[in-house]
Design a protein around this ligand. Structure first.
Ligand code: GLA
Length: 731
């Protein structure tokens, strides 16, 4: 039964819907797919919304038609090729044998099926049973070239998400070059939008930026070979008045870890045109006759209740239907990582003292970070040599891992598989594995270079090395890092007319490697990382359920970073550690409590030398660890609401509520203190208005409606960087 996708053959209208949302488009003149509606659920479409036909100057008409009122330039569409009398930024550009790049995509047919097909070699949302989603495949064709475009739309039954991707098939006789293939195009009429994006930098990721969409084309994206710290693969288009709790917003997250682009164009008629996909920078895919190309997938949602509801749809789809790991719903261990504790300056004996202290404090896992392999004493050598550094671990890694395990802790290990140092055995043996342009010296970054993951032998080599260590060390957890971006993008293993494929093939190679490693070691918990949160995207979550959010561990910086991150990514994916003061990135001194509350707002851990702490701090660690164990389920898997924005105010506040609305944890933060402070309140959200709640610290009783409507006053504290955790229980 097609209960999520209907086709009205008389009106030629497709209607995708679930309980909350509807997405509607039709087939119109010249086989053009016309976008009609995306928004709150409507029961039925009767045809009233047909786009008015108007004769517009300088917007041409269909070839062979005398109808001046129909133009592909003005009609809101589902997918546009270059040269089809549409002057917007195209969704696809194809260079053909005769040099032309013009297409004329026309509707050919459709198919509706239960469930959702897998995307070969790519991360994507999945279904656990065929009934929870339906997929519509619309095929468009270009008669001249024989190219066929399958537009794939999957609508989920219980979460307000539609996924979109495109598969291109060359059914013609000649080779073509895909110069651009977007995964999604979406056109809006009659909307004045703000765009919301997540730009940043290393140690300064995902700062929510909101601006109004003006005329022209604005492109948000990355050409760094990864999804990047600089611009996360996410964009929202919100009505001007939309806030966290009310108003319309459309959200788009790209499940891809390479170059991406989000193009937003406001046109001559104030219509908004959105195109999302792999960035066309240095992209050119040779598509021989008979072959296919599958784009990565966009997750798209619509919320009529502001940004929080948008985030919840993303959190749910990523947590429940992108993450595949067996740790998907598991309590994530509280860890201590030795990076900020020791950097490269450690040996087994030194680490054992940290492990001992971790055991005393109730910490559950020890993570051995960079510097355990090759002969690595700084960041100038050994990447590529995943063999234990005998000087630091004379009896081998397994020996140290046994010690950690005997203490009752899990053992985690850092890798940076995609990289190579000149000073490495791997480079001496296989200089050709390093990605570089013939005749040019490649650019170093952190004195390291990128491996050519488009080559199968490189993937095999890495898989072999990593597997060996994971087995020998009985490793429970892996931190998978990447500490530079791509440059000198060229593969000696590909011919010249395929060099435009290298960026994407690199990502496909990475996905293949991660697929092999994670499926060979299903009991290992994997954490993604790229100099902190440089590859924090929904694609990565398909392989690794959690990601190191930022190299910046300063609690105040983390407020904006974690706030922005939560716009798209679930808390179970977001990791945060308490580190020493003065903070190593900012020099700021914040209290143990504030650092704890910021880090306990995510998947929690420590990153400092536990042996160098005062007894008072150790006592606080004990308390935090005990507290986090109590609230861990709620934090990691509860419903998350942002209450106050650190971007807009001097405060931040957010909360976690269990599904039954009985368990509540609220974190509030005040950045600077003022001599004559204005009174501020925190009002809660998402509670049961009829239920009474007890404040577990003061034992005061409040109605759920009271906490939401009246809220409570924030404490006045004459000190910078303060924070408070509140816990409530429904009674
Ligand atoms: C990156 C990571 C850090 C740490 C270092 C080690 O910067 O984000 O957490 O692992 O690498 O070199």
């Amino acid at each position: 039964m097609n209960d999520l996708i209907e086709f009205d053959s008389k009106r030629q209208v497709f209607h995708l819907h679930n309980r909350n949302i509807s997405y509607i488009f039709s087939v119109e003149e010249g086989g053009t797919l016309c976008h009609l509606y995306f928004g709150r659920r409507v029961q039925k479409y009767h045809g009233e919304l047909k786009y008015p036909r108007v004769d517009r100057g300088f917007s041409g008409n269909l070839p062979g038609s005398l109808d001046r009122t129909f133009s592909r330039d003005t009609l809101p569409k589902e997918y546009s090729g270059a040269g089809e009398m549409d002057y917007h930024t195209p969704a696809t550009i194809v260079r053909q044998e005769n040099g032309s790049n013009s297409l004329m995509l026309k509707y050919k047919n459709y198919k509706i099926e239960d469930g959702k097909p897998k995307l070969e070699g790519l991360p994507a949302a999945y279904v656990e049973n065929e009934k929870e989603a339906q997929t519509l495949t619309i095929t468009l064709e270009d008669e001249l070239t024989g190219l066929e475009y399958d537009l794939l739309y999957t609508v989920y039954r219980d979460v307000s998400i539609i996924t979109r991707s495109v598969k291109v098939r060359n059914t013609g006789k000649k080779t073509v070059f895909l110069e651009k293939v977007a995964s999604l195009q979406l056109d809006f009429v009659d909307r004045d939008f703000d765009s919301i994006c997540l730009p940043g930098a290393h140690a300064n990721e995902r700062h929510l930026e909101r601006s109004s969409v003006g005329y022209g084309i604005q492109k948000f994206g990355s050409i760094r070979g990864t999804s990047s710290h600089q611009m996360n693969p996410f964009l929202a288009l919100a009505d001007r008045k939309t806030d966290e709790f009310s108003g319309d917003v459309y959200g788009f997250a790209f499940a891809y870890s390479g170059n991406h682009s989000f193009e937003v164009e406001k046109d001559q008629l104030d219509q908004t045109h959105l195109v999302i996909g792999i960035n066309d920078y240095n992209f050119s895919w040779k598509l021989d006759a008979g072959s296919e190309f599958q784009t990565p997938e966009v997750l798209m949602t619509y919320s009529d209740q502001g940004l929080n509801k948008m985030s919840q749809a993303f959190h749910e789809i990523i947590r429940e239907r992108i993450v595949r790991s067996k740790f998907k719903h598991a309590d994530r261990p509280i860890l201590v990582n030795n990076w900020e504790a020791t950097y490269f300056d450690f040996n087994e004996e030194k680490l054992k003292t940290i492990v001992d202290e971790a055991e005393n404090l109730g910490i559950e896992m020890f993570v051995l970070d960079d510097g355990w392999f090759g002969h690595r004493n700084d960041d100038n050598s050994s990447l590529g040599d995943w063999t234990v550094y005998k000087e630091k671990f004379p009896s081998g890694l397994g020996h140290f891992a046994d010690y950690v395990h005997e203490k009752g802790l899990k053992f985690g290990l850092w890798f940076e598989p995609e990289m190579i140092s000149y000073d490495s055995e791997l480079y001496r043996k296989h200089p050709e594995y390093l990605m570089q342009v013939p005749g040019r010296r490649p650019s170093p970054s952190r004195n390291q270079y990128v491996l050519d993951l488009t080559r199968k032998e490189v993937i095999d080599d890495l898989f072999g090395q990593i597997s060996k260590v994971l087995k020998e060390g009985s490793v429970d957890y892996v931190k998978w890092d990447m500490n530079r971006h791509l440059s000198d993008v060229y593969s000696a293993s590909l011919p010249k007319d395929r060099q435009g494929e290298v960026y994407h093939r690199y990502v496909l190679g990475l996905y293949e490697l991660m697929e092999r490693v994670t499926s060979a070691f299903p009991d290992v918990l994997f954490e993604g990382c790229s100099g902190g949160g440089g590859r924090f995207d929904a694609g990565f979550a398909y392989y690794m359920p959690q990601i190191w959010t930022s190299d910046n561990t300063d609690a105040v910086s983390r407020l904006t970073i974690q706030y922005g991150t939560s716009l798209v990514y679930p808390i179970s994916m977001t990791t945060a550690h308490v580190s020493a003061i003065p903070n190593h990135q900012t020099g700021r001194k914040t209290s143990f409590e504030t650092r704890g509350n910021a880090a306990m707002s995510a998947v929690f851990g420590y990153e400092l030398d536990l042996t160098k702490m005062s007894q008072e701090d150790k006592d606080q660690v004990k308390e935090q660890v005990a507290c986090y164990k109590e609230i861990r389920k709620l934090i990691q898997y509860g419903n998350f609401y942002r209450l106050k924005s650190p971007v807009e105010t001097n405060q931040a506040a957010w909360m976690f509520v269990s599904d039954d609305k009985r368990d509540v944890c609220v974190m509030t933060f005040q950045v600077l203190a003022f001599a004559q402070p204005c009174l501020t309140k925190t009002k809660l959200f998402g509670l049961d208005p009829e239920l009474e709640y007890e404040n577990l610290e003061t034992h005061e009783i409040f109605g759920g409606d009271e906490l939401m409507e009246l809220g409570f006053y924030d404490p006045i504290v004459h000190q910078d960087y303060t924070s408070k955790m509140y816990r409530f229980k429904g009674i």
